[in-house]
Design a binder for this molecule. Structure first.
Ligand code: ADP
Ligand code: ZN
Length: 753
């Protein structure tokens, strides 16, 4: 029992004997709450987690309201079974935030609360977690991967994943990475190849992997101004949203740190959101080394570790929470500031229900708690810069690099000018890039090569009839992975062997079309046999601890050339990187998405920002077949403003954000006509609505995934009233789903595929 709170009156005997009714939100796609009664002697407040019986199932839920009466017949109201973690109840502000999330993203309050209250409270204390590990000897297991492949694909995939991971792997990880059910690992256990083991969660504290010295610099004039503008609002407890637009290396992080010092001295707390913890160890390290009371929240935390961090924050022992998207819900006390670093990153949008955007919810939380928001980026999204220009956000700018670094020289290499032979074989490294690499490697500098496509080649094509190898369950080409010697579908993870000949025309030679990181690695090793080359992509990072290991070696200069996908585009700050090569600027330009140009610009600008961060000058080479494209041109000139000006014209003309808000409805089912029918029904009330335009229903870009047909429609809402109307007309569209057809509503979708 905790001590009685002196401000709370003693409970009166007559009150405690009268039944209390509670409204409970359940994590189900049902947009209503359910009434239960508190049995005598049990008490609960809004924000408490409870266990209830729901149609025979025991479910966890959260109390949203307590009352003395109910309109329901008393006999029908079932009792609460248990109140869980009464000391960990959700603060009222987070309850309010969950309600707002439900309203803005069209999900149930229970679903929103489930995101708000991560698994922490679900199970507490040290506990044992189910893992699988190898039972059979390693070489036998490797052999089994091959043998199982023909008839038992899923088992083969599970086994290979466990072998690659190189140690006991949690079952939830296995399922997530292989996109399989429980049955494959269970069968492997029965066959004696894997075994299931229970391992206690580790309780050790997380230390950011890379040691960072966080030097405290004298701020330059622009930084000074930014810090001043923000702290003024923090001191006044007044809500405001700032957009900090600073070129790469302009000292944005230093600005956050200074504002945090102020927050600290005011005895307030803060939340810092970063795109992905594992990819930003340096940034996290800088926060942790400057402030002793940082709680780092990341997806790799075990439940008990997360519970411990959550407790520290609740009790005020930690006052700064640093983490990815979900750290937004950290239960800090007396919130003064939320920083969202790299606000343009798509990982701030959750791609499962509730499909919230952390930027939007950060602003809402700050509104509720009178706190200040700082959104930082070198390439703010058009939505955010649009709001800054309309005065909704306050714009702060850091126009130049801080300290020793200078912005790199950028060369656009037009691949159309390469020789005809080189073009026929497919240009991987242009002559310019080759010469520059040679020069830099001789000087013992480091090189980053960026290519946003993993595998050896994205297409395996028959040069005689033009057919390419497609996934049998999805309408996409399979990617050739040469190291593993398999074709892999990047949508459903299924694999197959390379066909001996074209299955359509029986031509014997198949052509590997296009370049992925694996092929790039091979080419670089052939060209520079002396250099130490490492590759960072989802395939090489499957092993535990791989990120920290590779970044650590790169920092110690044990690696000369680091090749990578977008994993290397973010936050890395290595002073000896003097050359960055963008192998193809064009990979994202032709994606059927209105943000293709914006994403290309962002990526090029961010990657280029990795060069010349120390005392040495940096060079960036951008290889492209489209040197005249405005995104490429603007990135080459480091000219954000001119990109935005041109992009805004295009957006205005086509009616896309920031000139409209989008809702996407996706229907997926075994039966193509079901999916179509549901959407036709759903779009009826929208077609006549003012300020609303419906595109489709139409087949989705990827028409089939895992044998499910996919149709979608896009609803453009041109003003806030239109958005409200459209939401209330289709807010429950997911209820139209049937047993065979799933419907999802995505507000401000980040993917249109
Ligand atoms: P950003 O977050 O904008 O990419 P950082 O905060 O990482 O920029 O700063 C880039 C580099 O400049 C870092 O090495 C940092 O230590 C240094 N730096 C930041 N502010 C200053 C300053 N006022 N004077 C000197 N160096 C600075
Ligand atoms: Zn597939």
């Amino acid at each position: 029992m905790t001590e009685a709170d002196p401000e709370q009156p003693e409970p009166q005997p007559d009150e405690s004997s009268a039944p209390k009714f509670v409204q409970v939100a359940l994590n189900l796609p049902l947009r209503r709450e359910f009434t239960y009664v508190l049995p005598a002697g049990m008490s609960a407040l809004p924000g408490n987690r409870v266990r209830v019986n729901f149609h025979g199932r025991k479910l966890g839920g959260v109390v949203t309201a307590v009352s003395d009466t109910t309109d329901l017949p008393i006999k029908k109201v079932k009792p609460i079974e248990d109140v869980l973690d009464s000391d960990l109840s959700l603060p009222p502000s987070l309850l309010e935030l969950a309600k707002r999330m439900a309203a803005s993203y069209g999900c149930s309050i229970g679903e929103a609360l489930d995101a708000t209250l991560p698994s922490i409270a679900k199970r507490r204390g040290q506990r044992l977690i189910a893992h699988v590990m190898l039972q059979a000897p390693h070489d036998l297991a490797v052999q089994a991967v091959e043998e199982l492949e023909e008839k038992h694909q899923a088992q083969s995939r599970v086994l290979r994943t466990v072998i690659e991971f190189g140690g006991p792997m949690t079952i939830s990880d296995v399922r997530r990475r292989t996109k399989t059910s429980d049955s494959p690992w269970k069968t492997l256990c029965r066959g004696g190849i894997l075994k299931r083991v229970m391992i206690a969660e580790e309780l050790e504290e997380l230390r950011p992997a890379i040691e960072e010295r966080a030097e405290r610099h004298v701020l330059n004039e622009h930084q000074e101004k930014a810090v001043e503008a923000v702290t003024k609002y923090v001191e006044a407890d007044e809500h405001r949203t700032f957009l900090l637009h600073g070129v790469t290396g302009s000292g944005k992080t230093e600005v956050y740190l200074r504002i945090l010092e102020k927050v600290h001295s005011l005895k307030k707390s803060a939340i810092v959101l970063v795109p992905e913890i594992s990819l930003t160890p340096q940034t996290v390290g800088r926060f942790a080394s400057r402030f002793p009371d940082v709680a780092v929240l990341h997806s790799g935390l075990t439940d008990s570790e997360r519970a411990r961090q959550w407790q520290r924050l609740l009790q005020g022992k930690a006052t700064i929470a640093v983490g990815a998207r979900s750290a937004l819900f950290a239960p800090v006390r007396n919130l003064g500031l939320i920083v969202l670093d790299e606000e343009h990153e798509t990982s701030f949008k959750q791609d499962s229900t509730p499909r919230y955007h952390a930027r939007q919810m950060a602003i809402e939380r700050a509104q509720i708690e009178n706190a200040v928001v700082v959104l930082g980026s070198a390439t703010p999204t058009l939505e955010s810069i649009g709001k800054a220009r309309r005065g909704i956000f306050e714009l702060l700018t850091l126009p130049e690099r801080a300290g020793a670094g200078r912005l790199p020289r950028i060369i656009v290499q037009d691949l159309r000018t390469e020789s005809k032979e080189a073009q026929r074989a497919g240009v991987v490294l242009s002559r310019t890039l080759l010469v520059m690499m040679e020069e830099r490697l001789k000087a013992r500098d480091q090189v980053l090569l960026f290519l946003n496509r993993r595998g050896y080649s994205p297409v395996l094509l028959c040069p005689s009839c033009g057919e390419s190898v497609q996934c049998e369950q999805c309408s996409v080409s399979m990617t050739w992975h040469s190291r593993r010697s398999r074709l892999v579908c990047h949508w459903c993870c299924s694999e197959k062997r390379r066909p001996e000949m074209c299955t359509t025309c029986e031509n014997e030679r198949m052509l590997e079309l296009g370049v992925g990181t694996e092929r790039l690695e091979k080419v670089v090793k052939e060209q520079f046999p002396e250099a130490v080359v490492a590759r960072m992509d989802a395939d090489t990072m499957a092993e535990r601890g791989a990120h920290e290991r590779v970044l650590g070696s790169f920092r110690k200069k044990h690696i000369d050339v680091l090749i990578g996908t977008q994993m290397i585009a973010k936050g890395l700050d290595f002073p000896d990187v003097t050359l960055v090569g963008v192998v193809s600027a064009d990979t994202g330009l032709f994606v059927p998405d209105y943000r293709a140009a914006e994403r290309t610009f962002q990526l090029l600008h961010q990657v280029a920002g990795r060069a010349g961060r120390g005392e040495k000058a940096g060079t960036v080479i951008i290889q492209t077949y489209c040197p005249d494209n405005y995104a490429v041109e603007a990135a080459a000139k480091n000219d954000y403003d001119s990109f935005v000006a041109q992009e805004l014209v295009f957006r205005k003309l086509t009616g896309y954000p920031p000139f409209a808000r989008l809702l996407r409805v996706l229907a997926e089912g075994r039966n193509e006509s079901d999916a179509q029918k549901i959407l036709r029904e759903a779009c009826k009330p929208l077609n006549a609505m003012k300020g609303v335009e419906v595109l489709g229903p139409a087949p989705a870009v990827i028409l089939k995934v895992k044998d499910n047909w996919r149709w979608h429609m896009l609803v453009k809402c041109f003003d806030p009233a239109a958005f409200e109307n459209a939401m209330s007309a289709i807010g429950t569209v997911e209820d139209l789903g049937t047993r065979t057809c799933r419907v999802t509503l995505d507000v401000d979708p980040s993917s249109l595929m």
